[in-house]
Write a protein that binds this ligand. Structure first.
Ligand code: HEM
Length: 529
């Protein structure tokens, strides 16, 4: 055994013994019940990591709505009562989300420490760009852009002829959504944006490589989030650096159709005088935020829709109704914001898919010893440096709020008038936070409106262009719990998708039918590709 290995083992053993004999933390008066486990340092990390939802439910039964758990050397106080969410999620003086979020992001993406005094005020400006460039009037621009890009990507890959194609559903949805989402935020180098025959052959290769690097990096995310240094995950590190290479400002400046979000972040980081690699890594971070949850949500929405004949029938009818009015069939489809909003069946399918697959955790850091007052009036003393955590899956899977919570019900988020339902109750009281896949309060996902728009457009376009069905031998899919805490859980395996271009009545046929006033022409028209 090499001296190096012996050295490492000695250090680990000493750390273990040090932790073993360290005075364990004692619960102080006013503090919530403490679950510290029996394993030094790790505490209850193994039980929690095996199945966070089951662990938290058990602990809630034993300890009540608020309890502290020791997980890998840190103390997390979980607040499980949904009525107490507002007490935690507001960005108060005592409970800080930036400290945790930036520390985590710095470790995983390798950018500068934006909590350092040299950066704090400029970073506040960068942070405010999220809302300015992802919501309000900017959202209209982004939606137009993703609509154009999704159509371009679908058009490039539309199968010829009327034969059925077969592909993994995950491959299908990730391939289309990744490219369209990437182009919408980052644009593409001049010349690469050409459509159809003018598109250079290496454009596809290049996008394939970027998507591949993204997935390699993303797959290592649970390990990186658990604290493993990225240099020990060599493939993920190389993939992250390859992505960063694409985002050097000299290269991005050659991009056309870049979004306001990325353009203004580039300007802000240039003013902060970061080094070029550091700036590029912040864009990898933005790429991850924009794709890591959107891709699995698009997958689950399509999967659940295809697995329920009723959902598929109603969604098709809704899409046909809207897209048949979408103007000149010879031109790319345009969909207004009102039309998108009117697609409530797709909206409900997406929300139900989010409810079933979301497992995010919301964390705040206590800046000083303080006391939290819960909705019930109960108080909980918190120590400086402890984490306060909310785990929305406890709400999403609560049978009192959602009867048969593990079942997909496509119309769960529709009321009797077929409008979006927002009345959900627990203990006879109306809940404000009944669906929280995007977080809540100061750190709520600023891209949530855009994410729902892009997934809606994706579903509408694939329903419009294709006949689709799931392969027959597929057993029900399960979610990959190793990513619990990181957002939307992907499936543990892919599932077979069969699809073919929809045969549509040609424009002239439709006109003839209309003139003759016979047949049941429903106004469908041939799409030009
Ligand atoms: C279905 C898709 C998405 C889901 C489920 C999702 C979910 C989340 C969640 C849970 C958070 C953390 C909230 C917290 O800590 O309280 C977050 C943060 C964030 N998301 Fe999303 N997200 C999605 C799509 C997007 C998209 C498309 C973008 C951008 C184009 C985006 C940009 C961001 C950013 C920038 C943050 C950090 C916000 C901050 O630091 O204040 N997300 N998202």
């Amino acid at each position: 055994m090499s001296a190096f290995l012996i050295g490492i083992l000695t250090i680990l053993l000493s750390l273990f013994l040090f932790c073993l004999f360290l005075e364990p933390r004692k619960r102080r008066p006013g503090e919530p019940p403490l679950e510290a486990g029996w394993i030094p340092f790790l505490g209850v990390a193994l039980d929690y990591g095996r199945n966070p939802l089951a662990f938290l439910r058990e602990t809630q039964k034993k300890c009540g709505d608020v309890f502290t758990c020791k997980i890998a050397g840190k103390y997390f106080t979980f607040i499980t009562d949904p009525f107490s969410f507002p007490a935690v999620v507001r960005q108060g003086k005592n409970l800080d989300f930036m400290k945790f979020a930036i520390g985590f992001s710095q470790r995983v993406f390798g950018h500068a420490d934006f909590t350092a005094p040299a950066y704090t005020s400029s970073y506040r400006e960068v942070h405010s760009l999220f809302r300015q460039t992802l919501q309000g009037p900017s959202l209209t621009q982004l939606t137009e852009s993703i609509l154009g890009n999704l159509q371009a990507v679908l058009r490039q890959n539309l199968p010829k002829g009327e034969d059925w194609e077969e592909e993994g559903l995950q491959d299908f949805s990730y391939r289309i959504m990744f490219e369209a989402g990437f182009l919408t935020l980052f644009g593409q180098e001049v010349g690469m944006l050409e459509k159809g025959d003018n598109r250079p052959a290496h454009a596809d290769l290049c996008m394939h490589q970027v998507a591949n690097d993204f997935l390699v990096f993303d797959r290592a995310f649970p390990k990186l989030a658990a604290g493993l240094p990225i240099h020990l995950c060599v493939r993920a590190w190389l993939a992250r650096e390859a992505l960063a290479e694409k985002f050097h400002h000299v290269r991005l400046q050659r991009h056309q159709s870049i979004s306001a979000l990325i353009k203004r972040r580039m300007d802000a980081f240039d003013r902060m005088r970061l080094d070029e690699r550091g700036k590029a890594r912040t864009h990898v971070c933005m790429l991850w935020a924009s794709q890591a949850n959107t891709l699995p949500t698009a997958f689950w929405s399509l999967y659940y829709m295809l697995s329920s004949p009723e959902a598929l029938r109603e969604a098709r009818a809704e899409v046909d109704l809207v897209l048949e009015q979408s103007g000149d069939p010879e031109q790319p489809i345009s969909i207004s914001k009102e039309q998108l909003d009117s697609m409530v069946i797709l909206g409900s399918i997406i929300e139900e898919a989010l409810r079933l697959s979301s497992a995010s955790i919301m964390i705040r850091v206590a800046n000083e010893d303080s006391t939290i007052t819960l909705d019930s009036g109960q108080t909980a003393a918190i120590r400086k440096g402890d984490y306060i955590a909310l785990y929305p899956q406890l709400i999403h899977m609560d049978p009192e709020i959602y009867p048969n919570p593990t079942e997909f019900q496509f119309d769960r988020f529709l009321d009797n008038e077929r409008q979006r339902k927002s009345l959900f109750y627990k203990n006879g009281r109306r809940l404000k936070n009944f669906l929280v896949p995007f977080g809540s309060g100061a750190s709520e996902c600023p891209g949530r409106f855009f994410a729902v728009c892009e997934i809606k457009i994706f579903l509408a376009l694939v329903l419009w262009h294709y006949d689709l069905e799931l392969g027959h031998s597929n057993a029900p899919l399960t979610t990959d719990c190793t990513r619990a805490g990181l957002g939307i859980l992907p499936p543990t395996q892919d599932v077979l998708l069969r699809y073919r271009v929809k045969p549509r009545a040609s424009t002239s046929d439709t006109c003839k039918e209309e003139q003759q006033g016979e047949g049941d022409s429903n106004g469908t028209v041939e799409m030009t590709e």
